[in-house]
Write a protein that binds this ligand. Structure first.
Ligand code: PGA
Length: 254
């Protein structure tokens, strides 16, 4: 039985009232913590930083994650949030290098690697996102791009790779309704697994999530692929019924 991780990425959505309603419905619809554990499924929501305290109090068996973190420990870095601050609210995971941050905030592979390193140093599990744009895929560069993104992270964090989660998120599939087929996703996941294996003998234990328009109807086929260990879910994580169906799909294939 392979462990599956179903992670919601709320992005910059939500408010106090909507978050309470969403978490209430998700927690009410989830199996118990024991049943999830028996099915080897973990559920996580990555929420905007201002709502970490709110969601921490409502989370039930759902783990708490953030969407970004500073590469610095603390000090004169206006607007940044340190790993220690995230941990103060019971946060266990943090997304680093999401393509929206790479694109909109010009995050480089090296910066992403430092954010992963800072997270690990403070006991947070980084979910490192990698993935190619449509132009890169069409130019046949998918493998090279993904390998380059991951190599920077491996270079800096090679000694604790098994503490990482990797998410393959083809940029062309994010928020577009265009999902990678299970075969397309598996092909890239296999490349990632091989790259991790070259750096760590325990690479099988590193969860590799798929993200990009995963939803209630395509989750089962994606999660059935041998190297797809879960999902990073944007839009469908904002609807309790859809998110719960993805969790159920993970339970069925785990
Ligand atoms: P999406 O987003 O599920 O809305 O495509 C996924 C992500 O960006 O993490």
């Amino acid at each position: 039985m392979t462990k599956k991780l179903i992670a919601g990425n709320w992005k910059m959505n939500g408010n106090l009232a909507d978050n309470a309603a969403l978490m209430g419905a998700v927690v009410a619809g989830l199996p118990s913590a024991e049943a999830l554990e028996a099915a080897q499924v973990s559920v996580l929501v990555c929420v905007p930083a201002p709502y970490l305290a709110q969601v921490a109090a409502l989370r039930g068996p759902v783990d708490l994650g953030a969407q970004d973190v500073s590469p610095q420990k603390g000090g004169a870095y206006t607007g940044e949030v340190s790993p220690a601050m995230l941990k103060d609210f019971g946060t266990r995971f943090v997304i680093v290098g999401h393509s929206e941050r790479r694109q909109n905030h010009f995050e480089t592979n090296e910066l992403v690697a430092l954010k992963a390193q800072n997270s690990l140093a403070h006991g947070l599990t980084p979910i490192v996102c990698v993935g190619e744009t449509l132009a890169q895929r069409e130019a046949g560069e998918t493998e090279a791009v993904v390998k380059r993104q991951l190599a920077a992270v491996i270079h800096v964090n090679g000694h604790c790779l098994t503490e990482l989660v990797v998410a393959y998120e083809p940029v062309w599939a994010i928020g577009t309704g265009k999902t990678a087929t299970p075969e397309q996703a598996q092909a890239v996941h296999a490349v990632i697994r091989t790259q991790l294996q070259a750096a760590s003998s325990n690479a099988k234990r590193i969860p590799i999530l798929y993200g990009g328009s995963m939803n209630a109807s395509n989750a089962a086929a994606l999660l059935a692929q041998p190297d797809i260990d879960g999902g990073l879910i944007g839009g469908a994580a904002l609807k309790a019924a859809d998110f719960l169906q993805i969790v159920a799909a993970a339970q069925a294939v785990a």
